[in-house]
Design a protein around this ligand. Structure first.
Ligand SMILES: [Zn+2]
Length: 240
């Protein structure tokens, strides 16, 4: 990645119609809005690359790269997002919770939020053959600032091993659940063999951005097309 390139990394969670009982309605981007966003992205001349391409020196980045990421690995990614991505020739990177493949978002539902299905191994491999790259989002969606240090290390290391063994795919990128991290946690992620990690800090990325604290653009339910364009161009928006 060069200093001249200012690379946006988009952050999505669910591409689905809003579940009215959800405690985090902002995480639902409707399929209709997602389609409009992807058409705009294409019209603006962006070419998507998987997140891993940002560290690979053997891959030349396109003139106007964008990385599209999805946290948690919901089934609605496969059902709603992937066909739209494919229609625009876009690829993406999805962060999986290693102990919940084929499970649900227990980390939310145990606090009273609605339950959503997560992709199982067959679905993950189907998404992979459709151009999707996968990274780790820990073993149990742990808050790495809240758990003891050794548990944080287990969440980071074991999830990589488990995903690589289960999927037979390299897992070289990481995403901090809730965006929660500290310098010690960043160091653990690097030591575990990951090459890049996504935070929830806002803004674009250049070659001076910490590769273990990459910035992302939060795309939400209310990110209509004008706001989407503004976020891409500015890399951030003061009200989030
Ligand atoms: Zn998450």
């Amino acid at each position: 990645m060069s200093q001249a390139l200012r690379i946006p990394i988009l952050m999505y969670h669910k591409v689905d119609r809003l579940n009215r009982r959800s405690q985090i309605p902002g995480h639902y981007v409707s399929p209709n809005l997602f389609r409009k966003q992807m058409i705009v992205l294409s019209a603006m001349g962006y070419t998507s690359v998987p997140l891993s391409h940002l560290y690979r020196s053997d891959v030349k980045l396109p003139r106007k790269p964008v990385v599209i990421t999805f946290d948690d690995g919901y089934e609605n990614f496969l059902i709603n997002a992937l066909p739209i991505l494919k229609s625009q020739n876009f690829v993406s990177t999805v962060f999986l919770v290693a102990n919940q493949l084929g499970g649900t978002n227990e980390w939310d539902s145990r606090n009273g939020d609605v339950e959503e299905r997560l992709m199982d191994v067959r679905q993950i491999l189907e998404a992979h053959s459709g151009g999707t790259e996968f990274g780790s989002h820990t073993s149990d969606h742990a808050d790495l600032n809240a758990v003891p240090k050794e548990e944080a290390r287990r969440q980071i290391v074991d999830s990589k091993v488990k995903l690589e063994e289960t999927l037979n795919l390299p897992i070289e990128t990481f995403c901090y659940p809730y965006g929660r991290k500290n310098p010690e946690v960043e160091k653990m992620v690097a030591e575990a063999g990951y090459r890049l990690a996504c935070s929830t800090e806002k803004g674009l990325n250049t070659d001076t951005t910490n590769p273990f604290a990459l910035h992302r653009i939060n795309v939400r339910r209310d990110t209509n097309v004008p706001v989407f364009i503004m976020k891409l161009l500015r890399g951030k928006r003061s009200d989030g």
